[in-house]
Design a protein around this ligand. Sequence first.
Ligand SMILES: Nc1nc2c(ncn2[C@@H]2O[C@H](COP(=O)(O)OP(=O)(O)OP(=O)(O)O)[C@@H](O)[C@H]2O)c(=O)[nH]1
Ligand SMILES: [Mg+2]
Length: 689
Amino acid sequence: MGSSGIEDIRNVVLAGHGGAGKTTLAEAMLFLSGATNRPGSVDAGQSVLDYDPEEVKRKFTINLSMAPIAHRDHTINLIDTPGYSDFTGDAIAGMEAADAALFVVDAVSGPQVITDRLWKTAAKMQVPRAIFINRMDKEHANFEETLRKLREKYGERVVPVQLPIGKEDSFKGVIDLVGMKAVYPDGKRDRIEDIPEELLGAAQDAFDNLADVVAEADDELLMKYLDGEPLSKEEMAGLIKPAVLKRKLIPVFVGSAETQVGVHALMDRINRFFPAPTDRAPFKTVEGDEVMIDASKPFSGHVFKTLSDPYVGRLSFVKIVTGQLKAGNEILNTRTGDKVRIPSVLRVLGKEADPIDGAAQAGDVVVLSKLGSTLTNDTLSAGHKVTFADLPLPKPLYPVALVAKTKADEDKLGGALKSMIDEDPTLALTRDDETKQTVISARGDTAIDVLMSRLHDRYHVETELIELRIPYRETIRKTAEAQGRHKKQSGGSGQFADCWLRLEPNTGNGYEFVDEIIQGRIPRQFIPAVDKGVQETMLHGVIAGYPVQDVKVAVYDGSYHSVDSNEMAFRTAARIGFKAAAEKATPVILEPMAYLEVLVPDEYAGAIMSDVSGLRGRVMGMDSPEAGMQLIKVVAPYAEVVHYSPHLRSLSHGTGTYTIQVEGYEQVPPDLQKKIIADYEAKREAANK
Ligand SMILES: Nc1nc2c(ncn2[C@@H]2O[C@H](COP(=O)(O)OP(=O)(O)OP(=O)(O)O)[C@@H](O)[C@H]2O)c(=O)[nH]1
Ligand SMILES: [Mg+2]
């Protein structure tokens, strides 16, 4: 480890679109710092950071990974995160823990959809940002064009602090604008030379451009600068860090993670220009208070990630906000009230964990094991009451119905699912009592696929997806009356009950039962049995097996037998009466409706809206919450939009996001009603065979 002083730690999250080269960049830094013997390759499946079997299989990052890198007198705590849309929750978690975000952008394709999305999140979370334009060695790499797109999207604050020397096959070094030198890789270090003649002009222009932006970070220097006095290299160097911290400058670095050109220079610049943990924006508590990083207070920390390690058990990734933490300390989980004495404070590199000697300080990012029921978002503390606000993680919105393949697997499934879902707030588990299905929700189909693979690999549970049942309902549209009469003679004693029921639509008011019996035609003690019989029937529907809702039922006439009438008989009679009346009352099927808010760039708004009618939905309104974006509010049948996420992905070329909420019921169209009834009857027939 480079150093233990908190001022010398740089917690940096690597963020950006999938495939931009974040993991490869982290592996290159690990190698250059001497932490690994060779740069780990994602493609060859021997990456130190993408070590999970699912990551090896799929060749992309699924879980965030830590890479502490000792560089000169600093420790760069890299947090490598996923760029695949189903897993961006971990990128957000990484931003909570880091003090700056380094966005890795592909020099061939430029900033992409997930880059945009995470950029906005970082802005909301007030995380200082920098950009690394990667893959300069690739065919068609274009620094100027990538920079132009970056500035167009993210503004004029995006300014290079380096320029590339060469490109594609001949990309061989970078110009460091702060030192005005050329930097070439030389083994694991750099060789510093004068800037080649032919690039001097461009370098000077870029230096001036940078000076324009950073001068604004210091009023005194700005005055001097405006008076026409140029900034010296020293003044420039001194201004970059405050400009980054104040988010006035987004410095752009350039290089190739694969050939490692520019990577060592980047590490040097991270040490000098990136904020220290004590510089970062305060943490918010649930009460809305702000807590600064402060080592002098008692310990508090925020759990930003939970991971089950097959060997070590459950690991809790913790950002220490105040105080210090060392092995043997007793800490409290403020949510569960559990107190634990922590056996050790770990620093992890990929899957390797090492205990930290001495105390970890406020601002550091550490890992704790064996914290019992501690989950992501929990606050750990010693001695003072504080609960940190939840991470702004995306909510699960892609539900599937999952079953175990065998009875033996079924017994294991519940526990396995619970522990996996507990770990990850972007997953949710519900047991739908109405449809009798176990429903798992995630961010998308790939996240579900990964979950099923892990159930198999980690817990040896085989699962499969079955059709997700939509919780339809039934109701009536007209008033109707019918008699329910039950008469049975078996041996000595008989059964007799007779009731007349009137059913009325009761839209929006649920179930109501009215006793209109006069002159004791049905004795008082049997009336509750009629009510009960009606409710039992409603539970299982009259046309397609779905619960009946919004009906007012009156019992207004009937008869009884002094010996043969009893509660059972009246329940049965009520069932017969309800069914008969409902059949005459124009029974219909209702479907759950969903309320969606779809956020897309302007150019896709038309496509989204014209698609809505095909989903049997309605556009309820539109809004432009930010420049260039449209928020389209849609109401549509839940059945049509339950898997909207892949649909939206293709409609908006991956640019759209949405939220969904199930709200209320509406009648299904007649042809769909016919189909639902036919399906129900076919199933019933099959079951009776
Ligand atoms: N030529 C070239 N290839 C690169 C470079 N950086 C990464 N790659 C390759 O690009 C592919 C994706 O790289 P990763 O490092 O896995 O990308 P990532 O950003 O971590 O992707 P996610 O984990 O999906 O977010 C791999 O095949 C890398 O070898 C580079 O600088 N030059
Ligand atoms: Mg990766």
